[in-house]
Design a binder for this molecule. Structure first.
Ligand code: PEP
Ligand code: MN
Length: 278
């Protein structure tokens, strides 16, 4: 059943929907007054690299460790991720520091495996309209983070979320990660309009990924500020112990040493809205 208001009908345009928090554990939800940090490397590369990230995320009070084990890379010659070994590393180091894990399921056949290790299943931008994958995630009893396709409209994004909910799973978090525009100075364009609009039109929490939205480490902080000012319920951000030598997305990854400053800056923005950040 279609539970989302039609973006095109003026009838629904003036009625803002209240965000329904998505429970992740018994005492932690996304979409409340606590704005959530999900941080870590683009890819899980090694135990030491991922452990360093987990330690840094935990030290600033972050709750969720990110890291890709199955990587959707533009070139087949690029690093494709460690697969199951990457999932094991993520789980190990997250447990050591009391963190939750978000990681991507790239293919339908990976879904049960990823669900064994992850607390939140990430569905990537390139897969936003991979309906069998959405259905498989919709069968799970686990929260799903649905990234916006980089060439998808807001309407297509919300319809994709309905594919997940149509199979029973309504624990959905939406993630604006930048869309492709005519601009080439940045990797993508962060659609802050989209964050604000989806917050009004959908009950699902909306988070932002300023790393993929900008593609440039020097723009991640200002883009993250803008996302929170637009109402985002959280951030998914790439941090790496050694960005210059990262196996993926080093150019947009902030060094772990910048995490405390990043969190402090985000706290200033959320305080304006009577929210907290970590
Ligand atoms: C990621 O967050 O690891 C990722 C691959 O992002 P996207 O799907 O937005 O490109
Ligand atoms: Mn990345």
């Amino acid at each position: 059943m279609n539970t989302l208001p039609d973006l095109q009908t003026s009838k629904t345009m003036n009625t803002a929907v209240t965000t329904k928090p998505v429970p992740i554990t018994s005492n932690f939800a996304i979409g409340s007054s606590e704005v959530v940090l999900m941080a870590g490397p683009c890819s899980v590369e090694s135990y030491a690299q991922t452990r360093a990230a987990a330690e840094a995320v935990a030290r600033v009070g972050g709750r969720v460790l990110r890291g890709g084990a199955f990587k959707p890379r533009t070139s087949p010659d690029s690093f494709q991720g460690l697969g199951q070994e990457g999932l094991e590393i993520l789980r190990d180091v997250a447990d050591e520091f009391g963190l939750l894990v978000i990681t991507e399921a790239l293919a339908v056949e990976h879904v049960p495996l990823v669900a064994r290790y992850a607390d939140i299943i990430q569905l990537g931008s390139r897969n936003m309209q991979h309906y069998p994958l959405l259905w498989a995630a919709g069968e799970l009893d686990k929260p799903v983070l649905l990234k916006r396709g980089f060439m998808s409209t807001i309407d297509e994004w919300l319809k994709a979320a309905e594919h997940i909910s149509s199979r029973g799973n309504t624990n959905i978090i939406l993630c604006e990660r930048g869309i492709r525009t005519f601009e080439t100075a940045t990797r993508n364009t962060l659609d802050t309009n989209g964050i604000a609009l989806v917050k009004q039109r959908s009950p699902y929490p909306v988070i932002a990924d300023p790393s993929h939205a900008t593609g440039r480490a020097d723009l991640v902080l200002p883009a993250a500020r803008a996302a929170l000012a637009a109402g985002a319920d959280g951030l998914l951000v790439e941090f790496h112990p050694d960005p210059d030598n990262a196996l993926s997305d080093g150019q947009q990854s902030l060094p772990l040493s910048k995490l405390p400053h990043f969190v402090a800056e985000m706290g200033k923005i959320t305080a304006v809205f009577n929210r907290t950040f970590t």
